[in-house]
Design a protein around this ligand. Structure first.
Ligand SMILES: [Zn+2]
Length: 496
């Protein structure tokens, strides 16, 4: 009997928890009814791969530039008045990918990793918030600094059984009635083999004004109609450059956000989703300096929305969140115990991508595994990463030398090495080792080259901000946004 009671208590306890999470939507609506909070200008900023560590490392770095004393320089968005923690698991895993996480936030429902706006069985589609908003007369914008057919932005306008169906995503972009697309390019504009009709041309036939140079972008004015704005400079996989690699005359994520506000602003209201997609990419590659640079740029983009909110305080809501954590980034590394030296990261000249492109790859092209010399490359690596080889331990020196010779060998030889994945992920052995050493000396540790399952933080400012306090699931972000925007959650559920 006692056993049964315990079992019952456990079941009741679990039921209660499940009800609390499942009841979040109604809770959200109830709270909004109480506060009467409504916003007709709503921003959703998604830092891809951005959880507490990515934000905190940026804040510690910023402080370390100015002072040796321990401390924290807060970013703008991390001072937002409402803050919560958000779980990110999906229908297939505790560790989500960007497709299912994007779907959860865009449509309020779980799905399998890799799936965009389809249910877990891939038989019925979900309706993203942007569709509801277009029906209700809002204008809608989707901005990302990675390619616009990537999983996160796609979750706000496309429905595909696999995020890999990127040409399909591109054609759905072309056929969509999203008012403003801005940032990266289309990775599969003409399909995987480049032999399909151009999605960009299809978009133009569907009424989009297409621009891909700075002057045309700056000249865009309200009334230009639907806009597809692709950055003039694309770095890797049709993405805008990392902030630490960005030239002064290149457009930034803040520029694309400001233009979005300018083009979308209208009395009926708008919804603008802005993704910073390369925080994730930097963390996959375990490159903290690149992650920090992009997190600062993300904050600058969010500041554009805060300016708008200050001018429209009664009608605006800004929500900032991440879709998951990437890299298992932590402040603290076994080799440096309780010390950190984040100022060392400022010595790194650019991202791992730029090092590969400008230094390692040209050297590899000009040499064979036999005539490549570590001594040739060492000064360039020291200069780029701000490392002094002479100050490394013998074990670290050996690690760098071994990674160099592995980078010089071809992929097949590298794949044969058992420890290759744990040491380098899928990345250039030499470059990722230099990133690791730079990060470790600063006091940053990494556990993976993939995503992790830790919760992300969610920050909110403006009308209905209080809904974003607490500990809730990523699907609730949709319901909370829908409530503030005045979209019926019942209708959203019926659309299953
Ligand atoms: Zn992601």
């Amino acid at each position: 009997m006692k056993q049964n009671r315990t079992a019952l208590a456990l079941i009741l306890g679990c039921t209660l928890l499940v009800q609390t999470f499942a009841g979040g939507a109604q809770e959200a609506e109830k709270k909004v009814d109480e506060t009467k909070a409504r916003a007709k200008y709503v921003f959703l900023f998604i830092g891809d791969g951005m959880a507490v560590s990515q934000v905190a490392s940026t804040e510690v770095f910023s402080r370390a530039q100015a002072s040796k004393d321990p401390g924290w320089n807060k970013l703008g968005f991390s001072q937002f008045p409402a803050q919560g923690l958000t779980t990110t698991y999906d229908a297939s895993s505790i560790i989500t990918d960007s497709a299912s996480a994007g779907t959860a936030m865009a449509s309020g429902k779980k799905t399998m990793s890799g799936v965009i706006n389809y249910d877990p069985s891939k038989t019925s589609t979900y309706k993203p918030i942007t569709e509801y908003l277009k029906e209700a007369g809002y204008k809608v914008g989707v901005v990302s600094n990675v390619s616009l057919d990537h999983a996160t932005p796609a979750s706000f306008y496309a429905k595909v059984k696999s995020r890999g169906d990127m040409y399909d995503i591109c054609m759905q972009l072309a056929e969509s009635n999203v008012d403003y697309f801005g940032g990266g390019g289309l990775a599969r504009d003409k399909g995987k083999k480049g032999d399909q009709p151009s999605a960009i041309e299809a978009a133009q036939r569907n009424g989009f004004t297409f621009v891909n140079d700075n002057a045309s972008f700056m000249a865009l004015k309200p009334g230009s109609g639907k806009v597809l704005a692709v950055n003039a400079v694309l770095q890797d996989s049709f993405a805008m450059p990392y902030e630490i690699d960005r030239a002064d005359n290149d457009l930034s994520l803040a520029d694309y956000t400001a233009k979005g506000i300018e083009l979308l602003d209208n009395p009926e209201g708008f919804f603008l989703m802005v993704e910073s997609g390369k925080i994730d990419w930097a963390c996959h590659a375990n490159d903290a300096a690149a992650s920090i640079g992009d997190t600062i740029a993300f904050d600058e983009a969010i500041a554009k929305a805060v300016e708008f909110a200050n001018a429209h305080p009664d009608d605006t809501l800004i929500v900032v969140t991440g879709d998951h954590e990437t890299g298992g980034m932590s402040i603290g590394f076994a080799g440096t115990k309780y010390s950190t030296a984040f100022d060392l990261l400022s010595k790194q000249k650019g991202s791992y991508v730029r090092f590969n492109r400008e230094i390692l790859e040209p050297y590899k092209k000009a040499h064979t595994p036999d005539n490549a010399r570590f001594e040739d490359m060492l000064p360039k690596a020291e200069e780029y990463f701000g490392l002094s080889f002479a100050e490394l331990s013998d074990a670290e020196k050996e690690m760098v030398q071994r990674s160099f010779s592995r980078s010089m060998k071809n992929e097949v030889e590298r794949a044969a090495q058992e420890d290759v994945y744990l040491l380098y992920g899928g990345y250039e052995p030499f470059t990722v080792t230099l990133c690791h050493l730079t990060n470790q000396r600063a006091g940053i540790g990494w556990t993976t080259y993939s995503h992790t399952g830790v919760p992300v933080a969610t920050y909110a400012l403006g009308q209905g901000q209080e809904l974003f306090d607490g500990y809730y699931d990523n699907t609730e972000i949709f319901h909370k946004l829908a409530a503030v925007l005045g979209i019926s959650v019942e209708a959203a559920v019926a659309a299953k």
